[in-house]
Design a protein around this ligand. Structure first.
Ligand SMILES: NC(=O)c1ccc[n+]([C@@H]2O[C@H](COP(=O)([O-])OP(=O)(O)OC[C@H]3O[C@@H](n4cnc5c(N)ncnc54)[C@H](OP(=O)(O)O)[C@@H]3O)[C@@H](O)[C@H]2O)c1
Length: 240
């Protein structure tokens, strides 16, 4: 832990693998108290291994972001894992996401649109709304967006369910920034780069370690003036 770092309480969604798991690793390494959520904690081996290495500092809880009932169950369990009465979260990382690949014009199925919207838009929006009372004043909400959600950057009929959902998630970020501004809570739409994960594939440009290190720097430097902004892992602004 760096001497300048004050430990924070952080909740990460979709922490079973990929960027979410790497967030958990780096947050623990800097001394934070982490609540890592996964759809199926019993199957999240790497996460459970980390929990064994960091007793008391990493709690693994079940959460399906696409299911509001699961949000309510998480809220019921939260006081049991937040250290101290009335303790609140300093950082919420809405990382869980889904990309249905191979969609072609004329053949986009309702089920994939529906799943993408529930997981990538309504999930993080409703979860943030539900967790709002558990966020500390001045907290940060980091929504993992994507450059594929940029309407300005569209150059073909690519990954429509995903692109539509991430564009809508960007609107959710802007609205949440407005809704939480009175409490000094900063809400960001963050593009992590093209990252080597199950979603990004082996041919992606950067490793999860590099992306998350950059994202944590961006989050750490964010002020109220950045709230509602769309930025990449290196801090560069992106066109909506
Ligand atoms: N990789 C990239 O190049 C890239 C680029 C731009 C944006 N992003 C964004 O970055 C975030 C993380 O991506 P990634 O590359 O780490 O993806 P990934 O390797 O496919 O991992 C996705 C994670 O989200 C979880 N998840 C999916 N649906 C969920 C649900 N309904 N409830 C809870 N968890 C759920 C998965 O859990 P299970 O293990 O249970 O499936 C998994 O932990 C996503 O929001 C993605 O859109 C990634």
């Amino acid at each position: 832990m760096s001497p300048a770092h004050r430990p924070r309480r952080v909740l990460v969604t979709g922490a079973s693998r990929g960027i979410g798991l790497e967030f958990v690793r780096q947050l623990l390494a800097r001394g934070d108290h982490v609540i890592a959520t996964a759809r199926h904690p019993g199957r999240a081996q790497a996460l459970n291994h980390l929990a064994g290495e960091h007793p008391g500092r990493l709690h693994v809880l079940p959460l399906d972001v696409a299911d509001p009932k699961s949000h309510a169950e998480l809220v019921r369990e939260l006081p049991l894992v937040l250290d101290g009465d009335g303790a609140r979260l300093n950082l919420l990382i809405n990382n869980a996401g889904v990309l249905h690949s191979g969609e072609r014009f004329g053949h986009v199925p309702l089920a994939q649109m529906d799943d993408s919207l529930r997981t990538n838009v309504t999930g993080p929006f409703l979860l943030t709304q539900t967790l709002a009372e558990h966020l500390a004043d001045g907290a940060v909400v980091a929504n993992l967006s994507s450059i594929l959600g940029s309407i300005a950057r569209v150059d073909g009929f690519h990954t429509p369910s995903y692109a539509i959902s991430k564009a809508a998630q960007n609107m959710a970020t802007v609205l949440l920034a407005q809704g939480l501004s009175e409490r000094g809570i900063v809400v960001l739409a963050l593009h992590p780069g093209w990252v080597q994960t199950d979603m990004g594939g082996d041919g992606a440009q950067i490793a999860a370690e590099q992306s998350v290190a950059g994202l944590l720097k961006v989050i750490g430097n964010a002020t109220q003036a950045d709230s509602g902004h769309y930025i990449d892992w290196q801090g560069a602004p992106l066109p909506w």
